[in-house]
Design a protein around this ligand. Sequence first.
Ligand code: FAD
Length: 420
Amino acid sequence: MAREIESRLAIIGAGPAGLTLANLLQQRGVPTVVLDKFSRAQILGRARAGLLEHRTVELLERHGLAERLHAEGAVHHGCEFRSDGASFFTDYSALYDDTPHYVYPQQEVVADLLDAYEAAGGTVHYETRANRVTSLEHRPRVECENGLVVTADAVAGADGQHGAARASIPGESFTEYTMQHEFRWLTLLARTRPSAEWTVYAQHPRGFAGHLLRSDDVTRFHLQVPFEDSVEDWPDERIWHELRHRLGKPGWTLHEGPVFSKNMLEMKSSVLEPMQYGRLFLLGDAAHIITPSGGKGMNLAIADAAELDGVLAEFLDGGEEKALARYSARRLPDIWKAQEFSHALIHMMHTYPADRPDAAFRQRLQQSRLWQLRHSTAYARNFAESYIGPPLGWPFEPGEEPRTPRAGREQTPGGITAAP
Ligand SMILES: Cc1cc2nc3c(=O)[nH]c(=O)nc-3n(C[C@H](O)[C@H](O)[C@H](O)COP(=O)(O)OP(=O)(O)OC[C@H]3O[C@@H](n4cnc5c(N)ncnc54)[C@H](O)[C@@H]3O)c2cc1C
């Protein structure tokens, strides 16, 4: 039997985007309801991202949501690039106003957001899959598989790329820009301490390899693999052999341990324009997919939530219907900036299949990019700004403060050195 509830805002999806929005609105006293197809335990078990931009942490701090992040997360200032047996270290913080970058696993961000929301009285309907959103232009209704129907003044679709929200928008009312990249990753989590205190990106004739920190005893690795491979083609011995080979440099030891998560990742990018139809708004992966290269997805999802919170404040509190269209207009420059960066990083680090007629030319372009990153301060500054991410609230309106104060550190000269 159908159960009907009403709220000011219905949020589909209890990931970083949906839960950030839920907390911000709750703190302003706006009644919200969150729906997720998964159980609480399943939501907390989704280990994915780990790199947090400074603006993401600043936003969480401002809303009292970063206490555990500061206690347990790590602050990062640089990353290492390895190629052709050589390596160099890019101190991106030094290149960008001493702005730090953070490592704190996505499932911990989600746990903090969920705990805060529920502790303050917020309701999450677990194991409640949304099927469709109707009546988008007036007072939208979210119809769920278990019979629940939620009617609200607006709906936030934060249910990822395969969710119900984007599928409910008439196809002719948006344009989807997509790109399927020619590379594939085997991404894995291993129970082992990190082998360096920073992220390592290795460009190697056998393919890209990445070493990314997650915690004192868990490390994430990425390996570029042939398109036709499946997880079964990659037993642990093969993975460690390949990682030793691609990441190796003289005097460096790769710490190994049990692999407890392995997934094949297709590298897909997409952006929907606009990210709103009537009173249904798309956030995070529901509106745009970005490759994990550069660690932008969760940060964009949280930035979407912050922007939508501001827009909804005007609409829900003041009935300002005009404010609603501002959401897409304000978010898209930032989203495309991140897409451009992620795309450039992919093409700086991956190996092109040898049978491509232009493979050798492309590899030369790649070497030039790495050379410029190492030897051109202007090039490296641009990398640093994109990697750390723009300030909170960017892009600014005319007359707005161009920079937010940053929790910096002592200025270090230069920024590009031989790898320590
Ligand atoms: C291996 C990997 C590494 C990554 N590394 C980084 C990184 O370092 N930094 C970074 O910023 N990003 C990274 N990302 C990307 C990041 O994980 C995503 O961009 C982020 O999860 C997007 O958040 P979201 O809230 O939009 O969606 P999600 O996290 O996908 O949350 C969507 C929620 O909606 C729920 N849902 C889906 N359909 C329905 C439905 N019909 N009804 C109800 N609920 C539904 C799901 O259960 C889920 O809880 C990485 C991704 C991967 C896979």
